[in-house]
Design a binder for this molecule. Structure first.
Ligand code: ATP
Ligand code: MG
Length: 187
């Protein structure tokens, strides 16, 4: 799962539609303090299903919606679309059957001020669970290791063995089978 592009609109400081292409293996985002670098990582984290406002550096989830500036009124909705390339057969094999054959997979999340949210995969409305299931075993999920923030390395090193095992199981691609087993046992 490789990110191709990120489209942000009305999310935090990105009031106008902003499109970022991820065309090379290594990309650096530079700019002065407060220009929105970390907001880009927040947008990715939010789009893949983050449910904790604190992890997005806010008090409540509506803090991700552009809240106005001296010259611009606040927005009623935040929207982020993350498009993944799905050309590697090995990682495509990890995906749920219905998404295996798409060349690109676009995940969209929207949040309105009234608290309503929407999740879409390839422009079709889905549940949050479908988004979470899509990423299980790929290393992308909010609790996986695709985003290594400040302090995470130390956390992994000092984690309890069972917590560290979770990351190893995700890397080995077996978390999705464990999740399905848990669901089957609940039925
Ligand atoms: P640093 O170099 O200090 O880490 P940064 O480039 O990572 O800075 P961010 O933390 O991404 O900066 O951006 C912070 C900016 O985003 C602040 O100016 C803040 O006002 C703005 N911001 C955050 N949430 C919203 C929102 N909901 N609406 C409008 N602006 C917002
Ligand atoms: Mg920052």
């Amino acid at each position: 799962m490789r990110i191709r592009k990120l489209e942000i609109s009305g999310f935090k400081s990105f009031v106008d539609r902003t499109l970022i292409h991820f065309d090379s293996d290594v990309i650096g985002i530079v700019g002065p303090n407060g220009c929105g670098k970390s907001n880009i990582v927040d947008a990715i984290r939010w789009c893949i299903g983050e449910q904790s406002a604190k992890h997005l550096r806010g008090k409540s989830m509506s803090d991700v919606i552009f809240n106005g500036s001296e010259t611009r009124p606040m927005h009623g909705m935040a929207e982020v679309t993350l498009t993944f390339e799905n050309s590697d057969p090995e990682s495509a094999a990890q995906l749920p059957l219905e998404y295996k054959d798409y060349a690109e997979i676009a995940v969209t999340r929207r949040l309105y001020r009234d608290g309503t949210s929407e999740y879409l995969i390839n422009r079709t409305q889905v549940r949050l669970k479908d988004v979470t299931d899509l990423f299980l075993g790929t290393g992308v999920g909010t609790k996986a290791y695709s985003i290594i923030e400040q302090g995470k390395i130390g956390l992994i090193v000092s984690a309890r063995p069972e917590d560290r095992r979770m990351l190893i199981e995700e890397a080995a691609g077996i978390t999705k089978y464990k999740a399905r087993k848990r669901q089957a046992e609940q039925k």
